[in-house]
Design a protein around this ligand. Sequence first.
Ligand SMILES: C[S@@+](CC[C@H](N)C(=O)[O-])C[C@H]1O[C@@H](n2cnc3c(N)ncnc32)[C@H](O)[C@@H]1O
Length: 479
Amino acid sequence: MKDPIFKDIRVSYIPDTKVEINKKTYLIHNVIDGEDITVDTTKKYPELKEVIKPSPYRIPYHMEECGGCNFQHVTYEYEQKLKRDYLNELFKPFKIKGGINLTPMEDYMNYRNKSIMTYKLSKQKKITCGLYEEYSHNIVAANNNILQAKKTNEVILQLNKILTKHKIQIYDEKTRTGVLRHVYIRYGFNSNELMITFVTNGENFPGRNNVITDIKKANLGITTIVQNINQRDTSIVLGDKERILYGPGFIYENVGEYKFKISPKSFFQVNTKGMEILYKKALENSGITKNDLVIDAYCGVGTISIYASKYAKHVYGVELNKNAIMDANINKKINNIENITFIADDATNYMTHLAKDRKHVDVVIMDPPREGSTKAFINAIKYLGARKVIYISCGPETLKRDLYQFSENGYQIKSIEGVDMFPRTIHCEVIAVLELAEQKKTSKPKTKIIYEDDDDDEIKELEELVRKYGTPDPKPHKK
Ligand SMILES: C[S@@+](CC[C@H](N)C(=O)[O-])C[C@H]1O[C@@H](n2cnc3c(N)ncnc32)[C@H](O)[C@@H]1O
């Protein structure tokens, strides 16, 4: 029997690729709005079988399967349109003049400076590696991956030969035996430094010395090798313990006029060129002056703090990860910067304590993880009297939730714009600029905002402050 053809199908792309067939919604990859398709329904989840009438935006696949690409089947121009449309729809309630723009990337392939390969033995007992397929623990081969740096692809190819030659034992997820779990590569596009981290299931790494010797002999340009020990039954890649096997245990990377130290565990934006574009967009016209005290919350290894220090009187960078703060202090030193203080703390904790101490700040830059920030953090900004907030987000949906809370607190949303830091995936970065407005001028979008920290004691204490001192004046508090 012939497969039924589904005509002129409707696809919603972001945050998932959902396809509507016979009024039911399915998650099917690599389909474009308006196409006629047939579907394989024999699989657990229906899959695209054949495209009968292709969309004009369709392009040939670079590789059939990819763990990370959502848009390898469409032109980059069409991908940008989809992302722009999504952002405009999402942020419609904020009525941004002229709509929301998206800055594209010139290098929209092979831009990732960080790659995590998971290892397995094939049925023929051959060492293979790849990326986790979306929504599963299946490993998809990642030779010639279109997202990661070409240099990384080259290294992986050679490395697999070396690992096979020395019969390195591969970790088996089911039995939790074997040695090598992942290889984690970080590449400095500008510095040309390259770090390999072998993640092993225990301290023991038989064959390690032979592998290192052959890596050195192969002249792959690897500047440091680290072993990370992860014995936990988890999908989190890195464990706590590390051992340097070769070189300094970190790499440097140059971004614009600055140099940054990157260790295996510290957060560093995955798109180096995109990072420079993002920071410039966020800071160049930010209006930060040499009189301003600035907080860079969720600061990672201090990259934004360092960029902002040029414009500000003093920057306070706060970050939860102690290793990242250690790197941030080194970054401050190697760039000869004096006017930054880095603090290892939970961002909400830090901000609420400053607010309770009646401290003042002028500008807050925040770049939280995809889950966004907390209500207590956003409320604290109000009590610190910050006249401006620059919110950089890789989670547009949580940014929207947080923008409602800022609006509640009397901040006006001046601009929202996208920067396409993660081409060929559904993700992008968004920069929102907010200013503290006079209360009467503020129009608050009506929506109920639900935060996990709604019952937080910190909020109650801040409310107590309002009862004691009144609603904060829109003008800055005394320094
Ligand atoms: C999206 S990254 C941004 C890092 C940095 N701004 C950059 O551009 O490289 C988010 C950072 O927030 C940190 N983080 C996560 N939860 C945190 C918390 N509760 N308080 C402070 N920092 C946190 C993470 O360790 C990570 O470095």
